[in-house]
Design a protein around this ligand. Structure first.
Ligand SMILES: [Zn+2]
Length: 382
């Protein structure tokens, strides 16, 4: 039998929404209600800059007529420096094909893509020729196929900015990996106004609990970061992460680098440990642990590496391989981490995304994030 063609790797799907305390994303007036303040818009701009593609539904385009750009010039410059297009790919979804060529969406930023149905494609005809690529998903909008297609195009990180129907479809289909819920301190109270989500049969509802992976404040807006898909947290993972946190406390102090601990475990036992600056001033925790094992140690293939911080995807020292690449080269298939790389020293760390793209299982333990970063509080972690 011929092996089946490799399944495309679907992108990491991040739903982003701002809502009022009573769950509305707008009021019912024609003018767009401002829920976020400047600090929160700036936060969203960074999330956009960190994404390969941004998706909004056609209803949102018709209703709000957004441009969907990365506004920060320095963020666009950082994308270009990282070898990416200046702007993320802009994606929209329409079943009906009811999209006017005059919408601002088409006339700003980089490449645009429209997912639609056969009927929608027929209705659109060549109305958007020269403005966007049109892709038919068949007789109906199949979001799984949409994600497969984006994966084939190399999109590793997709940000979804609404509206209601699009967010509902991703969550009802269990297709969302991450949710950023920004709660603005105001009430709308108008039953005609649109809500964040429609009623739907959500997987496991109402008993399945999402994992709360982080809480942040942007101006007067509370930003909650949830991981909607269930991830079983094994007691063993907690135990080895606590061991990695102990190691992080051993790091020689630094004003310019994080203190990180790492443990490599195979067959239920610790086979190597490392921490930042353990063997020289530049060595990273994961690197130090891996250096203690032979490159062809057969245990690596069934090992898990525990690290208090997301493995780096870029390094200041050009002669040294980023830890993400070291882990991939070692053939380790599972990574457990406690906190994601903040933008303090490296902007746009994509360690987790890159590991997942290469089929590595990545488990986050946000419940240990505070403890894991406690020895780094003297650094600017903004
Ligand atoms: Zn590293």
């Amino acid at each position: 039998m011929r092996p089946a063609a490799a399944e495309p790797t679907r992108p990491h799907v991040l739903l982003s929404v701002a809502m009022s305390v009573d769950g509305y994303i707008d009021d019912a007036s024609p003018e767009r209600l401002r829920l976020s303040d400047a600090a929160d818009f700036d936060r969203v701009d960074q999330v956009r800059a960190d994404s390969d593609a941004i998706l909004v539904g056609a209803e949102t385009l018709r209703r709000d007529n957004p441009r969907l750009l990365v506004d920060g010039a320095e963020r666009r410059a950082a994308r270009i420096a990282a070898g990416k297009p200046e702007f993320p790919l802009k994606v929209t979804v329409t079943a009906s094909g009811d999209l006017a060529a005059g919408l601002r969406f088409w006339h700003h930023g980089g490449a645009k893509l429209v997912y639609t149905t056969e009927a929608g494609a027929a209705r659109l005809g060549d109305a958007l020729s020269g403005l966007a690529e049109i892709v038919s998903l068949g007789t109906e909008l199949d979001f799984g196929r949409l994600l497969d297609d984006l994966g084939r195009r190399g999109v590793a990180r997709l940000m979804v900015e609404g509206g209601t129907r699009v967010h509902t479809t991703f969550l009802a289909g269990d297709l969302a990996d991450e949710l950023h819920l920004a709660v603005a301190p105001l009430l709308v109270g108008d039953p005609a106004a649109p809500r964040f989500l429609d009623a739907a049969s959500y997987p496991g509802a109402p008993h399945r609990r999402m994992r709360l992976a982080g809480i942040a404040q942007a101006g007067d807006v509370a930003v909650l970061r949830y991981l909607p898909k269930p991830q079983a947290v094994a007691e063993r993972d907690i135990r080895f992460m606590q061991r990695a946190i102990e190691l992080a406390r051993l790091c020689p102090p630094s004003e310019t680098a994080f203190s990180v601990g790492a443990v490599i475990v195979a067959d239920g036992a610790e086979i190597a440990t490392g921490y930042s600056r353990e063997t020289d001033a530049k060595v990273h925790a994961e690197e130090s642990a891996l250096d203690k094992l032979g490159a062809h140690d057969p245990r690596l293939a069934r090992a898990t590496i525990y690290t208090t911080l997301e493995p780096c995807s870029r390094r200041g020292t050009a002669t040294r391989l980023p830890c993400t690449d070291r882990i991939l080269r070692a053939g380790i298939g599972r990574v457990v981490l406690a906190w994601r790389e903040p933008a303090t020293f490296v902007t746009n760390c994509v360690g987790v995304e890159k590991l997942r793209q290469h089929g590595v299982e990545v488990v986050e333990l946000p419940e240990l994030a505070d403890e894991a970063m406690s020895m780094n509080r003297h650094l600017d972690l903004s």
